[in-house]
Write a protein that binds this ligand. Sequence first.
Ligand SMILES: Nc1ncnc2c1ncn2[C@@H]1O[C@H](COP(=O)(O)OP(=O)(O)OP(=O)(O)O)[C@@H](O)[C@H]1O
Ligand SMILES: [Mg+2]
Length: 301
Amino acid sequence: MPDSIDSLQQALEATGYFADRRLATAVFLALRLQRPLLLEGEPGVGKTELAKALAAALPRALIRLQCYDGLEQREALYEWNYAAQLLHMRAAEGRESAEQVEREVYQDRYLVRRPLLQALQTPEPGAVLLIDEVDRADEPFEAFLLEYLGEYQVSIPEIGTIRAQAAPVTILTSNRTRELNDAVKRRCLYHWLDYPDRERELAIVRTRVPQAGDALSAQVARFVAGLRSQPFANAFQRAPGIAESVEWAKALVALDTLVLDPEVVADTAGILFKQREDVAALTRDMASELLTASPLPPGEG
Ligand SMILES: Nc1ncnc2c1ncn2[C@@H]1O[C@H](COP(=O)(O)OP(=O)(O)OP(=O)(O)O)[C@@H](O)[C@H]1O
Ligand SMILES: [Mg+2]
């Protein structure tokens, strides 16, 4: 367990994840206070990746629950292995009393553990549980999470209450497609994950796409920062995330690009933007304006 915010930041960086001071502070407090951390932010800003990096840095096992519309408790917590229970009942038929059979079919070995239960039953030092895109699940599911988030325990009717052997480090992410329940928020620490500043984005691109070289990486970081800032940002519905910068740098390397020019920018706009209107909005003219508006200062790159 890192003993300071700095050492946590360094441990994350060693896995290739660059967290700014505020994010590192939020994660540090979540670890210290043993509270779940809710991360909200635009797509592709590193919410999911943080949980992965944290699991690698601590190190702890990563257990992941991907949320979606219609997600049910039995996929999140546990279910009984019906087929095996039926076989057991058939074998016991006539030989054992009904009560005895009922006791036997609810044994541990017929229990199928899903992510929440796996996380609670991970022995010391515990797991990292990622509850990804919780805004996609419905409100009853959020209500179901409250017991886990508040007390790191769940109740299973046939078995009773199961408490965490070691409090799992719990990261929830949301793209904010809808507002989460206040009761969920109250049980979590909260952090809004913003786009990185240019230096941090440069560090990320350099680390993730070393083949891009310093000059091209610096140009990518500057150009994307320009796209996200005014007045250019107004032209787009959705700004590119870090994931897009990384993909773009890879694409430019694949095209043997050494220096950005308006043509290559316009031709590869489909990597930066995923909406038809946005792709069309990134014209050669805009690219050229942006490239001249933010030239590389001498000595950089
Ligand atoms: N701080 C960071 N340090 C290093 N790499 C990062 C960072 N943030 C994002 N990335 C890169 O961006 C990619 C996408 O990040 P991630 O999938 O975590 O975004 P997200 O916020 O979960 O997006 P979505 O909302 O679409 O799920 C990662 O695979 C990683 O390559
Ligand atoms: Mg994600």
